[in-house]
Design a binder for this molecule. Sequence first.
Ligand SMILES: [Zn+2]
Length: 220
Amino acid sequence: MSAPTQSMADRGLKSAAEIAIEKPHGTRIKYMGGCRCAECRRANTDYEKERAAARKTGDWNGIVPAGRARVHMLKLSKQGVGRRSVQAVTDIADSILHQIRSGTKLRIRARTERLILAVTKEMAADGALVDAAPTWKLINKLLAKGYTKSQIAIALGANTPALQIRQGKCEVRTAYEVARFYAQCKKCDFATAAKPSGELVLPAGTYSPRPGVLVHRMDA
Ligand SMILES: [Zn+2]
């Protein structure tokens, strides 16, 4: 008799719709049973809000719609806080922020949402301090590609060729300028490096017709 396909009624259970029949309007169970009257819709919205509030207090990291983060980014943008500032403050990958903002990414991690919603205009002001570690990571990548510290300093708008970024904390402005310069360099495949990595300085009187071949000039 116990076929695996038995219905809820067979097992003595009532469906949400059945339970909802006896319930008053303005309850979530009535909404679950299919009622979409104003009172039941409000009851459901309140429930969702409470759940969202519970999520925010904890470190829940499930999937959430990206809409709220997107709206917040657009609001920050109107206040003069751009994507790069949000990137510098949150350390969320710029590509992800771009997708959220443009609306191509519809679902994000709850933690990502929390980080974005926590960004305020004050936090992201140019002079605000953020963790310098991600910025140093990019600088070190540039140095490895053959960029010099003075080249980076000048690209960041410094008047002196000394790279003045401390370990520990750096200004939001610096963080996003480094990120922007890195993006520019990456776009041209790091061809703008002062000392392209892998390029050999050839001995005097020689030339290299192709990699790995060194030819002495006859006229040298
Ligand atoms: Zn109702």
